[in-house]
Design a protein around this ligand. Structure first.
Ligand SMILES: Cc1cc2nc3c(=O)[nH]c(=O)nc-3n(C[C@H](O)[C@H](O)[C@H](O)COP(=O)(O)OP(=O)(O)OC[C@H]3O[C@@H](n4cnc5c(N)ncnc54)[C@H](O)[C@@H]3O)c2cc1C
Length: 350
């Protein structure tokens, strides 16, 4: 470990974990703090699609970072898997988009030189309703299995000289004369540090407010998901329509997602959400066995107006860094955002 001062990362979801991964590679001394357990909030709940869906509805920054993340994921996953033996099921499964206005879609694909194929849906994926409907296949889109990725990070941390405090909620960042002094936990402990990264997802604004700072405008956006028991060979690609998506896992399980609900910090799944997703899935893939639903859950995405993630220094307070606002693309952008933040912090942290 170099003689660099300790950096505290608040939040051990994908934003905090990838930031820890990259900062650690740069030799920084880290303390990672989470109110619960590593990767068990939105990061566990997500679908793991490494693409904005559909990409043309999101800002250029998100698409650039997804593309960069797809270049970074394989080496990160290799490190995690070699260290832990946990298969994160990171793989290329392609994304089929259908039911979207084709003119805007094809214009975006051409302008961004994205590898894509167009044709009737049946050319890319059998078993779906509306086989003659226009569709686009993005063959390079990858996915990761979120709970496995979270477990791999948790096990990786055991092998690293990175301090980890779970079940420790940070109440606020301690500031004096616009400089970070550390954090205070809800138990009243003070942990000193010269630099603090807030990577606490949907809870980011709550901590900023408690620290006497302005909100960023990050809102908890609930997303519900259904998991179907293995029905092998039904689905090869991720399928996305304006009504939702289906994701085939390696073992034949299928995920149906996701609701988008502005309900505050409340991640109780609802009967309405269940019905909405089950109907969407059945309509899209009629061969799906309706009584094969194994799990129903929800998570709180860190939503932000304009869908532009926040990644960099706080405007007014030296030593305070922000890594949040991944919204529906938090897994997709995380490695690139972590790389970006690390480059900035390498220059500022001494
Ligand atoms: C149903 C659903 C489907 C999704 N599908 C996809 C997808 O296919 N692809 C994609 O890229 N993204 C997807 N997402 C979005 C993605 O999951 C999120 O953007 C991402 O997980 C956000 O990561 P995060 O680290 O910012 O937040 P989180 O994973 O929520 O982590 C924040 C962490 O901060 C901790 N924390 C909060 N408050 C405190 C405190 N006071 N003190 C200490 N710790 C604290 C929490 O315990 C938590 O562990 C989906 C999300 C949902 C819910």
């Amino acid at each position: 470990m170099t003689g660099q001062k300790r950096i505290i990362i608040v939040g051990a979801g994908i934003a905090g974990l990838t930031t820890a991964f990259w900062l650690h590679q740069s030799g920084h001394q880290l303390l990672l703090i989470d109110a619960g357990e590593v990767g068990q909030e939105s990061t566990w709940a997500g679908g793991g699609i490494i693409s904005a869906v559909p990409p043309w509805n999101y800002p250029d920054l998100v698409n650039r970072w997804v593309s960069r993340s797809r270049a970074l994921y394989p080496s990160m996953i290799e490190v995690l898997e070699q260290r832990t033996g946990i298969d994160c099921e990171y793989r290329t499964s392609g994304l089929v988009l259908t039911g979207w206005p084709m003119t805007a879609a094809t214009a975006w694909l051409a302008a961004n030189a994205v590898t894509a194929m167009t044709g009737p849906l049946k050319n890319f994926q059998p078993n779906l309703s509306s086989p003659e409907q226009d569709a686009i296949l993005l063959p390079d889109v990858t996915q990761v299995r979120n709970p496995r990725l979270a477990s791999a990070f948790r096990a990786w941390l055991d092998h690293q000289p990175i301090d980890l405090l779970e079940h420790t909620a940070v109440e606020r960042v301690l500031l004096s004369h616009k400089r970070v002094q550390g954090v205070r936990t809800v138990r009243g402990d003070t942990i000193p540090a010269r630099h603090v990264v807030l990577a606490c997802g949907a809870w980011t604004d709550r901590i900023l407010l408690r620290s006497g700072l302005d909100r960023l405008g990050i809102e908890a956006i609930r997303g519900q998901m259904l998991l179907y028991r293995p029905q092998p060979a039904l689905l090869n690609h991720i399928i996305n329509t304006p009504a939702g998506y289906l994701i085939p896992r390696q073992d034949g399980r299928i995920l149906a997602g996701a609701t988008v609900e502005s309900v505050g910090i409340d991640r109780r799944p609802s009967h309405t959400g269940f019905q909405q997703l089950a109907e969407m899935a059945q309509q899209l893939l009629p061969a799906l066995e309706p009584d094969c639903i194994e799990l129903h859950w929800s998570g709180l995405r860190p939503g932000i107006r304009g869908d532009e993630p926040v990644c960099g220094p706080h405007d007014l307070n030296h030593g305070l860094w922000l890594q949040s606002g991944g919204f529906r693309n938090g897994l997709g952008i995380a490695p690139a955002a972590a790389e970006h933040l690390t480059q900035q912090m390498n220059q500022a942290v001494s």
